[in-house]
Design a protein around this ligand. Structure first.
Ligand code: ADP
Ligand code: MG
Length: 286
């Protein structure tokens, strides 16, 4: 059976909102080397809002928003949802495209009234041959680029607020001697701005979901004890590769089911507290 000290520690963690699904994860958290943090939905609230629209010459902001909202109308991604919500607030009627394809970690392709619309990252638009020489990237938020009929229309700036618990949690983990690394599919400038504000020294950006997964798997193969915190939007496979996969309680069902630890209140300080509980328990029995 499970030693009482472990059951006690799991119970204490559960009472403060962190569900640990087994003694082995508690043990691993007691000697953690590195914590990998996803950005969107994990370090941020994952409730991004449209804050700016930049149009290419001769294009109206409304046309960009309408094209993007139609393309994203079936999207579950927080960026897509923010665009649709904003269009609705502006009383722009949103229609479902005849055809819709989600390119995971990149964006969406949709066709409506015989026109193809592309909404997503610079990488996605560049891959599809859209000429982007006219535009410069910004760093204040995530820029979603919009093209229609092979032509670049403009971009929609979407900003997502950092969780209040992100900065204190990163500081506490660093002070405990744990390496903290940011992993994101978002642009380099955005990753660097977030890392800067949180005091994270190592940040990897523009990662596709499978690259996050490979990265985590490599760390585990090297014998490191790593935790990965994510919300399950695009990072559920990476969570399952980590020694300890930690899902935000507000994340996807698949993340909560496949994770080893679930943070009920989405409070990153609860994770820090769980690591402290695990370390104390390890001192007693392991
Ligand atoms: P993160 O790693 O920060 O959680 P994602 O992997 O979910 O981010 O997304 C990475 C990038 O892919 C986004 O920053 C965005 O540029 C693009 N992207 C993903 N999904 C969409 C979408 N539905 N609409 C527009 N862009 C998207
Ligand atoms: Mg995410």
């Amino acid at each position: 059976g499970t030693p009482l000290a472990i059951l006690g520690a799991i119970g204490r963690a559960a009472r403060q909102g962190s569900i640990i699904k087994g003694g082995i994860y508690l043990e691993a958290l007691g000697h953690l080397d590195t914590v990998f943090l996803d950005k969107t939905g994990t370090l941020t609230y994952g409730m991004p809002m449209v804050t700016e629209i930049s149009a290419a010459p001769g294009i109206s902001e409304k046309a960009i928003l309408k094209a993007a909202a139609n393309a994203e109308s079936g999207s579950e991604h927080p960026l897509g949802r923010a665009i649709v919500r904003f269009a609705e607030q502006q009383n722009i009627p949103v229609s479902h495209p005849a055809d819709f394809e989600y390119r995971i970690g990149r964006g969406v392709l949709a066709s409506l009234h015989g026109q193809q619309t592309i909404v997503g990252s610079r990488t996605l638009l560049a891959e599809l041959g859209i000429d982007l020489t006219q535009r410069a990237d910004a760093a204040q938020g995530t820029e979603v680029l919009v093209a229609q009929g092979g032509r670049y229309l403009g971009s929609i700036l979407v900003t997502d607020q950092l969780r209040d618990s992100s900065a204190p949690a990163v500081k506490a983990l660093t002070d405990m001697g744990i390496k903290v690394v940011l992993l994101t599919g978002d642009a380099k400038a955005v990753a660097e701005a977030v890392a800067d504000r949180l005091g994270i020294i190592q940040a990897y950006s523009e990662l596709l979901p499978e690259q996050k997964t490979t990265f985590i798997a490599e760390q585990v193969k090297k014998g490191r004890t790593v935790a990965m915190l994510g919300d399950g939007i695009n990072d559920a496979p990476a969570l399952s590769e980590a020694t300890v996969g930690v899902a935000m309680g507000a994340g996807t069902d698949v993340a909560r089911e496949s994770a080893d630890v679930v943070l009920i209140g989405n409070d990153l300080m609860k994770f820090v507290e769980t690591v402290r509980i695990a370390r104390n328990c390890r001192r007693i029995i392991f």
